[in-house]
Design a protein around this ligand. Structure first.
Ligand SMILES: O=C(O)CCC(=O)C(=O)O
Ligand SMILES: [Fe+2]
Length: 345
């Protein structure tokens, strides 16, 4: 397998090889091309966890409005130390910089293998390759991490634990914002018995023709919430009101995206958000995401308390095991909300 990093380092590329030419960004939903300057909502996490009753209820209300109207937001004052965030980016760079023999141990692995290193999305099925290499690690409920570089495993453990705590509290706030008990989502999703957390590290090397290749095509994420952080380079765009919005996160913040399982669980009240990653010709971009979902065996369906036959809010999605949804996504093209669309009733 030739990863993008090797390709870029193997010679002086002036054009993108044809298998990386991707027009998918232009194919996806006509009219969604304007790149809008918008102010992205900010959630102050410290008010959610330590604020007084009034601050807490205000931030929960903001969280609800943000999930309903945007589906993405920045989280500040989240309690994960800046050093841990920085070390995670540095450690990720260190992993991709390892000699290939060390990474090959994780190459060509199947979806539920603990650690997978690869390129594109599904290099055996993708019509056009994406300009990204990845490392994916199942970090919870069973912790895994690559052996090298030295110290990376400890960094992953600390970072992912921090991200999990943030996600757990956000889910409690979201639960309340829906008029439910704080622990309703975690109970109904059986999160205590082993919430699933997947770490996805993306590396997008500099690309000689950033307009014709895609880092990641428009897609929505599986899971309830994705927490993202990145190095200093931007490239992430999200759809808001039919337009692409470029994301330039505040330093030391998490950028949070609601996933397909949030949309299923809330019976469409909070929708997952389509996003994509563009590439640049200047330098390597790295993003680190953690996808937070229920245990793999949990069947995710609209929460009974959010279904109301009398009020004409019948279940809008059929239930599916979290694990099966992941399989469905992996064996299809990454394409907008195509997997979720299959579950609509
Ligand atoms: O690179 C990014 O900022 C986004 C990555 C992403 O969407 C993903 O890993 O699912
Ligand atoms: Fe994503």
């Amino acid at each position: 397998m030739l990863c993008v990093k090797q390709l870029v380092e193997s010679g002086c590329l002036t054009t993108v090889p044809s298998k990386y030419v991707s027009r998918r960004s232009l194919e996806y939903s006509e009219g969604r091309f304007a790149d809008q300057e918008v102010v992205i909502p900010i959630i102050d996490f410290s008010l959610l966890t330590c604020g007084n009753a009034e601050q807490r209820s205000k931030v929960i209300e903001d969280l609800g409005n943000t999930c309903r109207e945007w589906g993405f937001f920045m989280v500040i004052n989240h309690g994960v130390p800046q050093k841990v965030m920085d070390d995670m980016i540095r450690g990720s760079q260190g992993f991709f910089d390892l000699i290939d023999e060390e990474k090959h141990e994780y190459a060509g692995r199947a979806l539920f293998e603990p650690i997978r290193w690869g390129t594109s999305f599904n290099a055996t099925a993708d019509k056009a390759f994406f300009w990204r290499d990845f490392l994916k690690v199942h970090v919870h409920p069973h912790f895994n991490a690559p052996k090298s570089p030295t110290g990376f495993s400890e960094i992953i453990e600390e970072y992912c634990k921090g991200a999990r705590e943030v996600a757990d509290q956000l889910l409690r706030g979201i639960s309340k914002s829906l008029g439910l008990e704080e622990t309703y989502i975690e109970n109904i999703m059986d999160m205590k018995s082993g919430a699933h957390q997947l770490l996805v590290i993306n590396m997008y090397p500099p690309c000689p023709q950033p307009d014709v290749a895609m880092g990641l095509p428009p897609h929505s994420d599986h899971g309830l919430l994705t927490l993202l952080t990145q190095n200093e380079l931007s490239g992430l765009q999200v759809i808001h009101n039919g337009n692409w919005v470029s994301v330039n996160p505040l330093p030391n913040s998490f950028f949070v995206i609601t996933g397909d399982h949030m949309e299923i669980l809330t019976n469409g009240k909070y929708k997952s958000v389509v996003h994509r990653a563009l590439v640049n010709d200047k330098a390597t971009r790295i993003s680190v995401g953690t996808a937070h979902g229920p245990p793999l065996e949990t069947v995710v369906r609209p929460a009974p308390k959010l279904v109301d036959y009398k009020a004409q809010q019948p279940p809008a999605y059929r239930g599916i095991k979290y694990k099966e949804f992941l399989e469905l996504q992996q064996c299809n093209q990454l394409n907008g909300k195509s997997c979720l669309n299959r579950l609509r009733i």
